[in-house]
Ligand binder design. Structure first.
Ligand SMILES: [Zn+2]
Ligand SMILES: [Zn+2]
Length: 831
């Protein structure tokens, strides 16, 4: 297209390719530990190699690259690595659809995306690149798996789990969003299956406690994690089953104060005690049918407040130990086995779900908290108040009554105080092929045995039939399944599930510290030097997935004595989405912008500039073509200026006193430095930082135009050069190629990114003030102190508002105001 090669456009294709090559050849961004320098670990969440970089990637990597380059210039030793979260389902689905092996598909995609990232000019240390599907990578998590297995932190259990019928695999609780699969959006069902779990619940309290000690994280993400962990304090106690000596149901409640209002109790349909409570074939059949009905509901449906609650009354009855009275016993869908003890005492007076259920089933409702005046009994009451209808608790406040009820349970020997968490253990078994094998074998004689450490890695076999018909594909690979028992040398079968890919992403940031290290998961000294990640950047969608798993895994490694590190990420930035025409870019909406297309038409620098300029990083970014064009125009204008003034820009440093205009311009230069530094370093307001640089470039043009006759030639040249150099250094982290090109063009032989970030000169920032005389109709009426460079308009307004001057203007009209800068304001009036 003709417009693409307009003569007034700077040659960005040539420039970008050249500097990308140079940075790579000179190893500009290759790093090693250097205890003499402060380190900065800048990390963007690594991508899944889907095949193409999209605009969301461009945004997050551009933010990371800006920070990395900025920190280089601030004197930090910067680790900025990139790699590939390379296991996962899409590769397997591509294999099913197109017959291409997941490994081939993945490696081709990695090659494509790497080329694209390089075209964007990202400052990665490519020597540290890693792909998680590489056996030299996953062997270390197999080793850690075995250590976890030995300590009971990895365990196998048959349980009812989330099942994605489309992905044909188990999902962890964190991977179910509103009842749907996090990856494919299919409705999730449940399935009773045997699988491996990581005992993240052992770390619930620590994971929660640290959320108050992570000031670098967005409050929103911390709140999501706190809610997900869901700590609640209460009591656990036993309800005897009437007429069945020795049989009792353990319940958990956060409101032991309401125990006197317990008018029935509920068991989760899956509760293991149910079978021993059932009497007779009829009841057994009713229970079986009820369980089947409930199994069809998702957990979200079961917990939904606004739907009828299914219940089945059992013939057995329980005893409320507080009142000694018998109460009915139900199975109900709104009680889940996974929370608390899988059984609850129902207190319909003070719990809305219990209220709804009691109303539906005609059960008693007893208020145990005094209602406020005018309260209408149409719902449960959950507010404050004095205890009533509660025996020895009557008259107490809710808090006092909770404590007193727990004391009583302890005295009676039937209960205790208890803390519960909503967090469940992390189910990591996946019934799929493209993942890291679980290093466990099943021996006929020895049972479950971990693979020998020296036999690691357990390599994922390549020759496998992937049908997508369900069941672990590895189970079909005889050479993989049939193995030797590491303990007795007898015949054994391998576990044929693979690990959740979130296991790989739970430690890749540690591997980057020493990616080729052969002696372990990471070289300790390197990890101790680089960790924690100083700035982590990635989407909010990982708030309770990756970000929680990685925190947990790091703590496990710490407790194994592998590193002294409590938290992996010191600071987190969650960038907003890239949207177009008001919607997230997606193929189905037809609003996808291809980064390659943008780079080809406008260059990587203009694309990066627009991405950072169009919105603050946490906000959504609306993509507009005119915006990229604007970014491109700005760069062209700067380019033309620098090239058009090559002669003048050879000047040396500013010497001696400056003219008034020169002083004002120099102050603008240094004010810009101060603003941009704060915006980038403290506030992450990259968009306002860029505005400030654009204003500086405007001021540069103005000064160039206005100073020709007013300012001495040396001063003019020196100031133009200072302004251009400052502008290039400030814009460098945003638009590295064109900035580097112009920088070298000014005669510098070192890279711009080896230069220090400019420092604002405090002397230049100082404002000189002068006293100005104010006359009204030729007579001195007052004095003003104003900034020497204050614009005329500001001086005029200040003069008219001056207290000593205003009385002389009373009842008169201002006809004219004459300002003699730095000396005098004369106000001419008429009646
Ligand atoms: Zn799915
Ligand atoms: Zn054996």
């Amino acid at each position: 297209m003709a417009t693409e090669d307009r003569a007034d456009r700077y040659p960005f294709r040539d420039i970008e390719a050249r500097w990308q090559r140079t940075w790579e050849e000179t190893g500009q961004f290759r790093v090693a530990e250097d205890p003499a320098r402060p380190k900065y670990y800048c990390l963007e969440m690594f991508p899944y190699p889907s095949g193409r970089i999209h605009m969301g990637h461009v945004r997050v990597y551009t933010i990371g690259d800006l920070l990395a380059r900025f920190k280089w210039m601030r004197g930090f030793n910067v680790l900025h690595p990139m790699g590939w979260d390379a296991f996962g389902l899409p590769a397997e689905n591509a294999a099913i659809d197109n017959g291409v092996h997941p490994a081939v598909w993945t490696h081709e995609n990695i090659a494509n995306m790497k080329t694209q990232l390089k075209r964007l000019g990202m400052s990665y240390d490519w020597d540290r690149e890693l792909a998680t599907c590489d056996p030299s990578y996953y062997r270390w998590e197999q080793l850690v798996f075995i250590r976890m297995f030995e300590r009971g932190l990895a365990y196998k259990q048959r349980s009812r789990v989330n099942w994605c019928p489309s992905c044909q695999t188990i999902l962890a609780n964190e991977q179910v969003e509103d009842g749907r699969c996090w990856r494919c959006d299919s409705e999730v069902t449940t399935k009773e299956i045997e699988g491996w779990f990581f005992k993240i619940t052992d770390y619930a309290e620590e994971l929660l406690a640290w959320t108050d000690r992570m000031p670098g994280w967005p409050e929103r993400v911390l709140t999501m994690q706190r809610n997900w962990i869901g700590k609640s304090e209460g009591a656990e106690f036993n309800l005897p089953v009437a007429g069945r000596a020795g049989l009792a149901i353990t319940i958990f409640t956060t409101r032991p104060d309401t125990s006197f209002g317990m008018t029935y109790a509920v068991l989760a349909p899956e509760h293991p005690l149910v079978d021993s409570l059932v009497t007779g074939a009829d009841e057994a059949e009713r229970v079986r049918a009820f369980r089947q009905e409930v199994a069809r509901e998702t957990e979200i449906e079961r917990l939904a407040a606004d739907r009828p609650k299914r219940g089945l009354r059992l013939s057995a009855r329980a005893v409320n130990p507080f009142t000694g009275k018998e109460i009915p016993l139900f199975l109900a869908d709104y009680v889940l086995m996974g929370y608390g003890t899988g059984a609850i005492m129902a207190v319909p007076g003070e719990d809305q779900r219990d209220w709804d259920f009691a109303r539906q089933h005609g059960l008693d409702i007893i208020a145990t908290v005094k209602r406020p005046d005018g309260w209408e009994d149409t719902q449960a009451y959950t507010g404050e108040g004095v205890k009533i209808n509660s025996g020895f608790l009557d008259g107490l406040s809710i808090e006092e009554a909770k404590r007193r009820a727990i004391d009583w349970l302890v005295e009676e020997g039937i209960g205790r105080s208890k803390i519960n968490y909503r967090l469940r253990d992390w189910g990591i078994s996946r019934q799929r092929y493209w993942g890291a094998p679980i290093p466990i074998l099943y021996c006929e004689r020895c049972g479950m045995v971990p693979e020998k450490i020296e036999n690691l890695p357990v390599v994922l076999p390549q020759d496998v039939q992937i049908s997508g018909k369900g069941g672990s594909p590895l189970a079909e690979v005889a050479t993989f399944v049939h193995a030797t028992c590491p303990k007795c040398g007898g015949r054994a079968r391998r576990d044929t599930d693979t690990m959740d890919t979130f296991v790989e992403s739970s430690w890749y940031f540690l591997r980057y510290c020493s990616p080729r290290y052969e002696g372990g998961m990471f070289e300790r000294s390197a990890a101790e030097y680089w960790m924690p990640v100083d700035q982590y950047i990635g989407g909010i969608e990982h708030a309770v997935l990756h970000l929680l798993y990685a925190r947990f895994y790091t703590k496990v490694l710490r407790d194994f004595g592998m590193i002294t590190l409590d938290e992996p990420f010191a600071a987190l930035l969650s960038q907003g989405m890239v949207i177009k025409d008001g919607a997230k870019m997606s193929k189905s909406k037809g609003n996808v912008v291809d980064p390659d297309d943008m780079i080809r038409r406008f260059g990587a620098d203009a694309t990066r500039l627009f991405t950072l300029f169009a919105a603050p990083p946490e906000r959504d970014l609306e993509w507009t073509e005119s915006g990229v064009e604007g970014a491109s125009r700005f760069l062209n204008r700067l380019w033309r200026f620098v090239h058009g003034h090559a002669q003048e820009l050879t000047g040396g440093a500013v010497a001696g006193a400056l003219s008034d205009a020169g002083r004002v311009f120099r102050r603008t230069i240094h004010e810009t430095i101060a603003r941009v530094t704060v915006d980038v370093e403290r506030d992450f307001h990259f968009n306002t930082a860029i505005s400030a640089i654009m204003e500086l470039v405007n001021a540069l043009h103005d000064f160039e135009r206005d100073s020709l006759d007013r300012t001495a030639r040396e001063e003019r040249g020196a100031l133009l050069r200072e302004a251009v150099e400052v502008a290039l250094r400030l814009i460098g982290p945003v638009c590295p190629h064109v900035a580097e090109e112009m920088w070298r063009g000014l005669g510098h032989d070192r890279s711009l990114f080896a230069e220090p970030w400019p420092a604002a000169d405090t002397a230049a920032l100082a404002r000189e003030r002068v006293t100005v005389v104010v006359q009204v109709d030729g007579k001195v009426r007052g004095r003003l102190t104003v900034d020497v460079s204050a614009p005329e308009q500001a001086v005029r307004e200040q003069a008219l508002a001056e207290d000593k001057v205003r009385p002389w203007l009373d009842g008169r009209q201002v006809a004219k105001v004459v300002v003699v800068p730095g000396r005098l304001v004369n106000i001419v009036t008429r009646a």
